[in-house]
Structures are given as C-alpha cells and as structure tokens.
Ligand binder design. Structure first.
Ligand code: ADP
Ligand code: ZN
Ligand code: ZN
Length: 746
C-alpha cells in the first residue's frame, strides 16, 4: 500500500492524502472520495514511508485512475504550488485552470472531447505468392480502382476518402479485408487548428544592426542556461518579431524548447503566422479560440515532444514542457495578460516566475513597456535592450493634434474634423489606405433622455447601454442584456430618447456617408466573430481592396500594412478619466500602438489625434513619441501615492445580490483587518471599503477593499486572515474574491 498526495479540484485549502495498492505515475488524474462524493484530482507526489507511519487517521483509497500517462511533467508542480499560494487560490483548482478544459468534471473526465481523435485507414497488403487468386466482386474491384486513383503511390488511405466517393466501399472493404488484400487500421489524427488561412512570411536575409546586437546578447543568455530577465523596448516597426524568431531558431538548434505568449490569440495574430511560416510542424498553438479537442491535441504534442515551440495566449504559460530554453512575452504591457476571475494570475509575471523555475532567460518585449517593467530595468532587476529605429530607416509617423473644443462644426459631426476629413480625402485620391481608431464598439455609447437627461442603464448592471444598429438592439457590454431601441424613458416616460457618444459602427456609417466612393470596412469584436472572417478581412486590407478601415483596439496592435499611411484617432480622451491608477499609462500605450500602424512601408506616415485635452501630458507624449517622458512622469505620480511599482496592491472584492449584506461584510472585514494591523504593527494601508466603480454587475452588488503596502508578505498575511475567517464573514450569498496585483479596479 502506498500513499499519495492528491490535489482535488475543489475549494480546499490544500492537497489530501489517499492510498493505492500499485505504484502510480505523478501527474495522472484519479477519482477520489470526498465526503459522500467522488471528485477528480491529480496525483502530485508519493509520500515517503516515514510520512506514512506518522498518519493516524483513516486514509481512503483512490477510487479509480483516469489516465495511464501523466498530463503534465512533474517539473510543473512547484510552479503550480507557488501560484496557488501567491494568488490565494486552491491548488486543485489552480491545476484545473492550467490543464485543457473538460478534464475535471466527473462525467466529462471520461468523455470523448478530451481523447485523442482517431480515424480508420485502409492499408494495401502485399499478396503472398502462394495465395490463390481471388475472384473480386464488381464493388470490390471498383473500390480498389478508387484506392489507386487517390492514394498517390502510398499504401495507405483514410477509409473516409473511399466511402465518400462510393457508398458501397464500406461493405466492399470488409470483403477485401477478409480476402487478405487490405487491412483496416485505426490511427490517431491531429486536429489541425491552423487551416490554410495564415499568410506566409519570408525569412529576411540580414538583420539590422540593432537586431543583430540584441539577438547576439539573447543567444548568449540562452547558452548560459541561467535565469535572466530582459526587457526589449523596440519602437513599432523596429522588427521585434524577427528578434523573437532568430533567438527561437538558436534554441531549436540546441534542442531547447521555446514558449511565446501573446496577449490575445482567440482569432489569430500576425505573430502566430510568422512562427507558423518559420517553424511549421514544430509549432503548437494554445488559446481559447481552439475547440476543446484541438486544444487537447496541441497539449499532447507539447507533452510528448512533437512540438518544440508554443505560441499562445495567457493560459499557454502552463504549456507542458518538461524543460525550457527561453520564454518570450510579446506586448508585455497588455492588461489582457491578467485573468479577471477564478485564478487571477498575470501571464507576464508568471512567465518571469516560470523562467526562474526553469533556469532560462525570459524576454519581455514592447514598444510601450509597462511602467513597472521599465522601473525594474532602472533598478537593475531586468536588463534593458533597446531598438529605437524602424526597419529600412523609416521614420516614426508625424503626429498632429486636433483640439476638438475649437472645431467649428455641426455638433453631431464633431468626430470628423476639417483636418481629418481633408487628410482622408487626400489619401483616398492617392490610392493609399487609412485607419480610423475608436475605443468603443457599437453605434452610440449611451442613450440619453432629451427631456429629463436620464441615461438608459442595464437592468442588471449600473452601466449605460450601447446602441448597436447592426443587430438593432441596445446592449450591455458587461452582461449582454439587450433592449429594443424604440424605448420610452424609464424615468419620465418621454419618447425622445436618443443616442450620444460614438462607437465604431457610427464612425463606419459616417465614413461611408462622407466618402461614398471609398471601400470602407470595420473590424471589431462584432464583425470579427470567426477566425476565418477575421483572416479574410485582413487579407482584403493587405490586397488593398479596402481604403478605410475602422476599428477598435483590435486594429491597434500588431498589424502591418505597408500602404496604410494615415491613422486617425477619432477621440483620444475616452480612457483618460477612468478611475484607475493605470488609466494614463493605458491611454498612452493605446495611442502609441495605433500611431505605430501608420507609415510602415515606403510612404511616410501621418497621424491625426482628435482630443478635448491637447495639453494633457499623455496626449503630448503620444504626439512626441516620448515614452520615457510619459513613464518618468507616471513614476513620479505613483511614487507620491505609493502605487505600483513603488508599493504593492491587493484588491478584496465582495459581491452579492443584497447590497446591505455586501456592505456589512466589507465593513466587518475591514474591522478585522484594522485590528490585525495594529496588533502586528504592519505597514499596510487599507483603502475603503467602498462600492466598486461598477457597483452593480450581473445583478450582484460590489464593494471593495484595497490593501496597499510596500511589503507583499504583509499583504498576503492579511489575505490569509480573511480566508481563515471567510465562513464567519461571508454569510448569505456574499462572495469574497482576492485579486493580487490587480490590473482592473472597476
Ligand atoms: P514590431 O513588431 O517591432 O512593430 P515588426 O516585427 O512588425 O515590428 O517588423 C516590421 C516589418 O519589418 C515586418 O514586415 C518584418 O517582416 C520586417 N522586418 C523585420 N526585420 C527585418 C529585416 N532584418 N530585414 C527586412 N525586413 C525586416
Ligand atoms: Zn426622461
Ligand atoms: Zn448588464
């Protein structure tokens, strides 16, 4: 009898111990009894005989083993344990988040989704000389003829090919198999997530001087096999992707694995296409856009060594490589690296941690690094690498500001200033392409009653509804609740309710009206529902079948269109006023990214930023491409307030259907924390409790408590106290969520 430590996928503080008669591999799933239920868990360790001897209580046996082989390499277990501790999330749930979905429900754990997919193939058998010749039926002869027509010389062919061409083939093949002429075999097929849609990119012959220096330094770090973090600050169009590709080539030559994270990959990224062009079958992708089965197959290819390079979104940080030679995080400043529910981890931070566990370098890349990462380079914690020139010596585009408050235009048309209209017209006349960026999707961002000035809000969330003309609905962007737009004001009953504020749909409509001869397209999450549509639209832009592309953040990042020479930012101010300590940084990053789309070919680029606050330091820095000016101003502001990177934050959020219960719980928690602060003389500031900026979301009221301090261990100490007291604090449907290093304080 042996004892095993099992992490059960349930909200438990730690792993549990179970027994089993035979010896088990680490990393397989098992069914274990807990109370009167059976739950799925993963085997983490075999306990030593001394530990076994010290057990006195009853130890239940493992009920069933669900896998024969491990689902992840044991090297990942210390990483899982560290994350579970740091983010205050149960270990079993942490592992559930890490593995492909569908593996942890008791019914689903045996289901087909998470199994290898197989197909039947027909194999031609070479007849032995002393075998009597068989008389073939007509159907059998026809099937064989079809086989030879379609096998292109190979002795095997999927059965499906024949049965699709000829329905009688099924029966005929059985006859042929009995006669010993063919055999039918089952073999595994990999579900291919790439399809034929990704564009192909050539490998450039030579590197620029800057690229060469950076690549050489990184290759040396790869050879050293030690942990070392780098921040690559490379302006848009400086060729960061090629740096990633070259260092990856270097790793592969030495049989080292490489993991690349990109912010969002549900649809596809240019980066994925570059890696696919260069590494073909050595590449695996892991992201939420894959079907469950596809994801499982990609996971298996990584686990069994078929894939050496993984490109993936946040969750690819768990890619089951036993060893790693390099981790890369592209667009490291992106808030999308932070998961907003469940295990609230930051993929960028975890990449640095995983590199530490794997003793390898980690490369964070961005044109607009996060203020925190940039601060780390100043403190000597990360090594700074810089690429300040664009490929082929193109200049960064010229950026002009248009002060919207000085525009003398009819009120409803303010979002196409004189200057922007003229520039668009000129570009169109020269056969060049333009990009119009808006921060919001939909037609109008809110509906206002003309009589009582009430804003129409979602029934479940205290947020304004957005008008979508395409679907003819008013939609809540948080919960999806929708209404018909022909409504009367719920406050005063007036029927003169109209849309205000702009979204991408409105800009698209206006662009079509102003430039009827132009070919206008829109790219946002409403139009780019499917990967195929998205890739097709990008191809159209690349082929210059589109003159004006209107879009949201989706168009701001990573796209490279040489004929796109004009970028118009329709309204730059929308993100500046958000109640979040990173609002300014985010606005700058977005402006710099979208600005970087202009003039990436032989024609110089021009950017027009429309704003009501032309003197704001973020807008001025965006005009001057002055990243360092923006970041040093931000650092000053944050240092004064003790915000990251000068202090650490943990946000505690309480939510529930009854507002007074939520508030009461938050107050109780705050009292508990204040007492602990005084008793232990901790240097922690407790802000709140206060209602969250989104104070009602999906019918749940939300309050929060922000912990701020220089020492993360003291903040963790307070979280542990709250978790120990959770049962007493959170009665009556009130939930408590702990968000370490929050990115989103709404
Ligand atoms: P970034 O990611 O830094 O914004 P990209 O990686 O998109 O820049 O590079 C801009 C363009 O330059 C891409 O089309 C890329 O293929 C091309 N490029 C990169 N490196 C080279 C090189 N050494 N020689 C020629 N073209 C290059
Ligand atoms: Zn009204
Ligand atoms: Zn809502």
């Amino acid at each position: 009898m042996k004892l095993y430590e099992v992490a059960v996928a349930a909200p438990l503080p730690g792993p549990l111990t179970y027994s089993h008669v035979e010896s088990l591999p680490i990393g397989i799933r098992v069914l274990v009894p807990l109370g009167n239920r059976l739950l799925v868990g993963t085997v983490l360790a075999e306990l030593s005989t001394e530990t076994c001897a010290s057990f006195s209580g009853e130890i239940k046996p493992i009920a069933e083993c669900l896998d024969q082989e491990p689902l992840f390499p044991p090297a990942l277990i210390p990483f899982f344990r560290w994350m579970a501790d740091y983010y205050h999330h149960p270990l079993g749930e942490t592992i559930r988040t890490a593995l492909p979905s569908g593996l942890f429900s008791v019914q689903g754990s045996r289901s087909a989704a998470a199994k290898a997919k197989t197909e039947i193939v027909v194999r031609l058998c070479s007849p032995s000389p002393d075998q009597p010749a068989v008389k073939l039926k007509q159907s059998e002869q026809k099937t064989l003829d079809l086989f030879f027509q379609h096998c292109s010389g190979s002795p095997v062919l999927p059965r499906q090919v024949l049965t699709k061409l000829y329905p009688g083939a099924s029966k005929a093949l059985r006859g042929l198999a009995e006669a010993g002429l063919v055999s039918l075999e089952e073999r595994q097929v990999l579900r291919d997530p790439f399809g034929d849609m990704l564009p192909f990119f050539d490998r450039p012959q030579t590197l620029t001087k800057e690229q060469e220096t950076v690549v050489a330094e990184l290759c040396r770090a790869v050879d050293a096999d030690t942990f070392q973090p780098f921040l690559l600050h490379g302006v848009t169009g400086s060729g960061k992707t090629e740096v990633y590709l070259r260092v990856t080539e270097h790793c592969l030559k030495q049989k080292k694995n490489v993991l690349i994270l990109v912010p969002e990959l549900a649809l596809a990224s240019q980066l994925e296409a570059h890696f696919h062009s260069r590494f073909g079958s050595k590449l695996a992708v892991l992201h939420s856009g894959l079907a469950v089965g596809e994801r499982f197959d990609q996971w298996q290819r990584v686990l069994h060594g078929g894939a050496k390079v993984v490109v993936g979104a946040r969750s690819a940080i768990f890619a089951p490589f036993a060893t790693l030679g390099l981790l890369i995080v592209d667009e490291e400043h992106e808030p999308a690296y932070k998961q907003d529910d469940g295990l609230r981890y930051n993929g960028r931070d975890m990449a640095v941690l995983r590199a530490r566990f794997a003793s390898c370098p980690v490369l964070l890349g961005s044109a607009t690094p996060s203020v925190t990462s940039f601060y780390h380079t100043q403190q000597g914690r990360y090594k700074l690498l810089t690429m300040s020139k664009r490929i082929d010596g193109q200049l960064l585009p010229k950026v002009e500001l248009v002060d919207l408050s000085k525009e003398k235009r009819p009120k409803q048309d303010w979002f196409f200033s004189e200057r922007l209209t003229t520039a668009l017209r000129d570009n169109l006349a020269q056969g060049l392409q333009s990009l119009l960026f808006v921060n919001r999707r939909g037609y109008a961002s809110f509906m206002l009653c003309q009589d009582c000035r009430a804003v129409i809000r979602c029934r479940n969330c205290r947020v304004s509804l957005t008008l979508h003309r395409g679907s003819g609905r008013l939609i809540c962007h948080y919960c999806g609740y929708s209404l018909k737009p022909e409504l009367v004001c719920p406050e005063c009953g007036s029927s003169s309710v109209s849309g205000l504020g702009i979204g991408s749909e409105r800009v698209e409509a206006e662009a079509r009206r102003l430039f009827p001869e132009a070919r206008v397209a829109r790219l946002d999450s409403d139009t780019a529902g499917k990967r195929r549509d998205y890739l097709a639209l990008l191809q159209q832009v690349r082929d210059q079948q589109i003159d004006i592309l209107v879009g949201t953040q989706m168009v701001a990042k990573g796209l490279h269109f040489p004929k796109m020479t004009l970028v118009g930012v329709v309204w730059a101010d929308s993100g500046l006023a958000l109640p979040d300590c990173k609002a300014a940084e985010r606005s700058f990053q977005l402006l710099a990214q979208v600005t970087g789309r202009a003039g990436r070919g032989e024609h110089p680029g021009r950017v027009i930023i429309q704003t009501h606050q032309p003197q704001h330091y973020v807008i001025e820095a965006a005009r001057d491409h002055a990243y360092e000016k923006m970041s040093s101003l931000e650092m000053e502001l944050r240092q004064a307030l003790g915000y990251p990177p000068f202090g650490r934050l943990i946000n505690i959020r309480f939510s529930g259907p009854n507002e007074s219960q939520v508030e009461e719980t938050a107050q109780l928690a705050a009292e508990l924390l204040h007492t602990a602060l005084e008793q232990n003389k901790l240097e922690v500031e407790i802000l709140g409790p206060a209602p969250a900026p989104l104070s009602l979301l999906r019918n749940r009221f939300r309050w929060q408590l922000l912990l701020k301090g220089k020492r993360i261990d003291q903040l963790h100490q307070l979280c542990e106290l709250l978790l120990r007291e959770k049962k007493r604090l959170c009665r009556a449907n009130v939930r408590m969520g702990i968000d370490v290093d929050p990115e989103n304080m709404m």
